[in-house]
Write a protein that binds this ligand. Structure first.
Ligand code: FAD
Ligand code: SF4
Length: 510
């Protein structure tokens, strides 16, 4: 029987250099792309996230057709991707199924199970968009007691010769310039920030926006501001714009937050990289070129590169290493429901209003907003990790499980119990006050721990420390946090706990 390949391209694998597109036999083989309405509904996705995937897929399909590739493009199928594959393989008698490894464990398992059931050969290739293969990550993990980003990141720098000298020493004499970065905006505000590149919807995108409004009317979020890059030329333009206008100031204000400033100096490149419209190697090469040409601060350049070469690669490695357990992890045994205002932004807490509000408008919030505002609150409010992870997966334009889950469960919620972070990322309202102007317009006061006007985040922070005092005292990384508890009288600690009980009893009321 002749070899007959069905070549699957998923919605986050939109790269013309995709190795599965090499050596296609146009008379026998078939490329397939599937819009599964079932997948879009499986997670209660933000409208902009659905639109981004559909528009980028349709633009990519157009390019494949222009190149004369034998493409079957299935629009808005009510069936799942796997059900579609089954029907095509059975009716067309394909002998091979070829794809790049999906970024979602569940789908990977389902495709493997299908191939084995139908007894066809499955060629699942390693995703070439990552610096670190799964085997390399496995080799790095082997025999290690502690899995920490910092050591992995140094290895990546050395292995790929990025920001190191000929001897493998770090540029500027240190691996990490965090101390020079991460300042709040000046007291009078962020000033004029050059806007990111925005892309007016063309006819394909406009059609998709209409379809999403019609087909998914009840889904969260708005399409009003949909200007995301959906093609490779647009993604390249977004990269160019960031390098030219925003990179130089990225590091210093990386963690800063301000009302009506949804993007700060951030790159907004995650969705383009995650859809594979951009390769992280070209992003890092462009950053290094700009650093040399424009004499940019090493601190900003290193800070940016660490996010991509460090965190992005590290969380992907952890995801595939720890799935499916990671999705079930619940270190603190938290079981509260996610407050309903996570889906509407209708809460009295200004910080949550701002971050959730911009998330619903754009499908975007930057790292610290995700980690130290919505993530911090969900951890302190003892919300079931699965509910929080579902929210992050649904609501962010760049959310794909391999990157969303380790960031949410592992980093923001400490659900994996220190498997790859050394301490829970928690803070009181004092941190939000220092890093933003959110508290200025809030009905609560960040420095009040209980009673009238008490900031719920501050109250729940101290409540959390009281509750987990032993755990925090056991580690030198967290001992200092509980040391501050000794300055709070027993009566006040009891009042903090009483106040927290009321808050935790009705999170929707906040
Ligand atoms: P910039 O701040 O400009 O950073 C540059 C790039 O670095 C990003 O585009 C991204 O590719 C990479 N990066 C930065 N931080 C991380 C990180 N912690 N993990 C992986 N890559 C990183 N990122 C996603 O791409 N998808 C997600 O679903 C996602 N969910 C998150 C959930 C939580 C709870 C947290 C705390 C973080 C999450 N992140 C996620 C990481 C990070 O917040 C986003 O990558 C970033 O905000 C995207 O905006 P940007 O492109 O402007 O990034
Ligand atoms: Fe958020 Fe508390 Fe500040 Fe209000 S006072 S904005 S709830 S941190």
């Amino acid at each position: 029987m002749p070899l007959k390949k069905l070549i699957l391209i998923l919605g986050d694998q939109l790269d013309l250099d995709n190795p599965v597109l090499k050596s296609i036999n146009s008379t026998l083989d078939q490329v397939v792309m599937i819009e599964s309405a079932d997948e879009a509904k499986f997670v209660w996705s933000h409208k902009a996230k659905i639109a981004l995937f559909l528009s980028a897929m349709r633009h990519f399909a157009k390019r494949l057709e222009e190149l004369g590739l034998p493409l079957l493009y299935i629009q808005q199928s009510p069936r799942s991707i796997v059900e579609n594959l089954r029907a095509i393989i059975e009716s067309e008698k394909f002998t091979h199924l070829v794809c790049i490894e999906p970024g979602e464990w569940r789908l990977k398992q389902a495709i493997e199970a299908l191939a084995s059931e139908l007894k066809i050969k499955l060629e699942m290739l390693e995703d070439p968009h990552f610096y670190c293969s799964r085997q390399e990550f496995g080799a790095w993990v082997a025999g290690k007691k502690e899995l920490r980003l910092e050591y992995f990141y140094r290895l990546m720098r050395k292995t790929h010769g990025i920001l190191v000298d000929e001897k493998g020493n770090p540029e500027g004499g240190q691996w990490n310039f965090d101390r020079d970065n991460r300042k709040p905006f000046p007291k009078k505000g962020p000033g004029l920030i050059p806007p990111p590149e925005l892309f007016e919807p063309d006819s394909i995108t406009s059609e998709v926006l209409e379809l999403v409004e019609k087909t998914y009317p009840d889904h969260p979020g708005s399409l009003r501001h949909f200007r995301w890059p959906v093609t490779r030329p647009q993604a390249l333009k977004a990269l160019e714009g960031f390098i030219e206008h925003r990179l130089g100031t990225f590091g210093i204000y990386e963690d800063a937050m301000w009302t009506d400033t949804p993007f700060g100096w951030h790159s907004l490149l995650s969705s383009a990289m995650n859809l594979k419209l951009l390769n992280p190697r070209e992003v890092i090469a462009a950053v290094i070129q700009a650093w040399k040409k424009e004499n940019l601060d090493l601190s900003t350049v290193e800070g940016f590169i660490r996010q991509i070469l460090g965190w992005r690669e590290f969380v992907r490695g952890m995801y595939f290493l720890d799935m499916p357990q990671m999705a079930e992890d619940n270190f603190y045994d938290h079981h509260h429901a996610l407050p309903s205002w996570y889906w509407s932004g209708e809460t009295n807490m200004s910080c949550m209003q701002e971050v959730i509000g911009q998330t619903l408008e754009y499908g975007y919030a930057h790292h610290i907003q995700r980690l130290m505002v919505t993530g911090n609150f969900a951890l302190l409010a003892e919300v079931l990790p699965k509910e929080v992870c579902d929210w992050y997966l649904a609501i962010y334009i760049d959310a794909i499980e391999w990157v969303e889950l380790p960031n949410t469960a592992g980093m923001a919620l400490f659900a994996s119990g220190g498997r790859f972070t050394s301490k829970p990322y928690i803070s009181s309202g004092a941190y939000i006050k220092r890093m933003s102007n959110y508290c200025d317009s809030c009905q609560y006061k960040p420095d009040i721990r209980f009673g009238e006007g008490a900031c719920p985040i501050t109250n729940l922070y101290w409540n959390f420390l009281i509750k987990h005092r032993k755990q925090f005292e056991a580690s030198p990384r967290t001992r200092l946090m509980t040391a501050n508890l000794s300055r709070i009288s027993d009566d006040d600690q009891a009042a903090i706990q009483r106040h927290a009980k009321v808050i935790l009893g009705d999170l929707n009321a906040l």
